[in-house]
Design a binder for this molecule. Structure first.
Ligand SMILES: [Zn+2]
Length: 102
């Protein structure tokens, strides 16, 4: 289970705001990182297309795919550097969730 770093209340996975104290649980780079992963996923489309048309000497989809991939990776790296130095707002506490042994 996870706990809010501010008030120690239990927080559900995926929650963006603590139900108890209202603190913003999402890290500052979280959205940018998600966006980066989406962009990287999108870059597979021109790569797949390039696989089909490259036999005809058309490498434009591969170039476009590479450019999109680079943008996505840059977004993820930028998000990671944003998150660095930011204290975690959710404390993962796996032990507390274990049922008591008899
Ligand atoms: Zn809280």
């Amino acid at each position: 289970m996870a706990k809010c770093a501010g008030c120690n209340s239990k927080v559900e996975p995926g929650m963006v705001r603590c139900a108890s104290c209202g603190v913003d649980l999402a890290r500052p780079g979280a959205f940018l990182q998600t966006l980066g992963f989406v962009v990287v996923a999108i870059s597979t489309v021109p790569f797949a297309l390039g696989e089909v048309v490259s036999s005809e000497g058309n490498h434009l989809p591969l170039i476009a795919g590479g450019a999109i991939l680079a943008v996505g990776v840059a977004a993820i790296l930028s998000a990671r550097s944003k998150n660095r130095g930011v204290a975690p707002r959710v404390i993962e506490d796996a032990v507390a969730d274990e049922p008591a042994a008899n």
